[in-house]
Design a protein around this ligand. Structure first.
Ligand SMILES: Cc1cc2nc3c(=O)[nH]c(=O)nc-3n(C[C@H](O)[C@H](O)[C@H](O)COP(=O)(O)O)c2cc1C
Length: 186
């Protein structure tokens, strides 16, 4: 008989009362999370379902060994179908002068799916997903799994190839960031 009281605990429901509290309202959460400075990336996919890409700040490292990352995409986006059917994607961290490209891949210019790739210079690494030649760093990923969480779908990717630009020797700012709903540099 197990004596460890934690052995059978449902890990999705941590102990304590917090799990029963109502979540913060959407607007309060959005105002709070807007204060978190984030690198701006383009997530791109290509394969049997076609080619597409979107601007994203919801990108994070998950595991070092094996190298694993996550990307969150709004479940309303038609790009979910391509991400899932192609089962591979790249993450391209944008350089500071790529605001126009960020806006194109955020759908702010009316260009859709493949048409967005008429802008920027693109190559491939391992999977065949588009990789931006000017990216500060690029991660080429195979889709590992996905999880639907509220408004978004979280895609976990196993990193199979990387490309990283050397650091500016003078320490100049290089990366496009998004902070307080404005672009900036880091
Ligand atoms: C700076 C910035 C960051 C964004 N980050 C995300 C993100 O992490 N996840 C997401 O689903 N949409 C994000 N978006 C919005 C998508 O880029 C945009 O909704 C999408 O490209 C347009 O939808 P479509 O590609 O399906 O036409 C971001 C937009 C901007 C301008």
């Amino acid at each position: 008989m197990a004596t460890d009281s934690t052995a059978d605990r449902d890990l999705a429901t941590p102990s304590g009362a917090s799990a029963t509290l109502a979540p913060a309202t959407g607007e309060a959460f959005r105002n709070a999370i807007a204060r978190l400075p984030s690198g701006v990336s383009i997530v791109a996919t290509a394969g049997p379902a076609g080619k597409a890409g979107f601007t994203a700040t919801a990108v994070a490292s998950v595991s070092d060994d094996p190298p694993t990352v996550l990307v969150c995409l709004n479940r309303k986006s038609p790009q979910n179908k391509l991400m899932q059917e192609n089962a591979q994607f790249s993450i391209n961290l944008l350089p500071k002068d790529a605001v126009t490209l960020a806006n194109i891949f955020a759908g702010r210019t009316g260009l859709h799916l493949e048409d967005r790739f008429q802008h920027g210079q693109w190559t491939t690494l391992s999977t065949g997903s588009p990789v931006l030649k000017d990216a500060v760093m690029a991660l080429d990923c195979q889709l590992l799994s996905l999880q639907e969480v509220g408004s978004h779908i979280v895609y976990f990717g196993r990193v199979v190839a990387t490309e990283t630009k050397p650091r500016d020797p003078d320490g100049a700012k290089e990366v496009l960031i998004y902070h307080d709903r404005h672009y900036g540099e880091a």
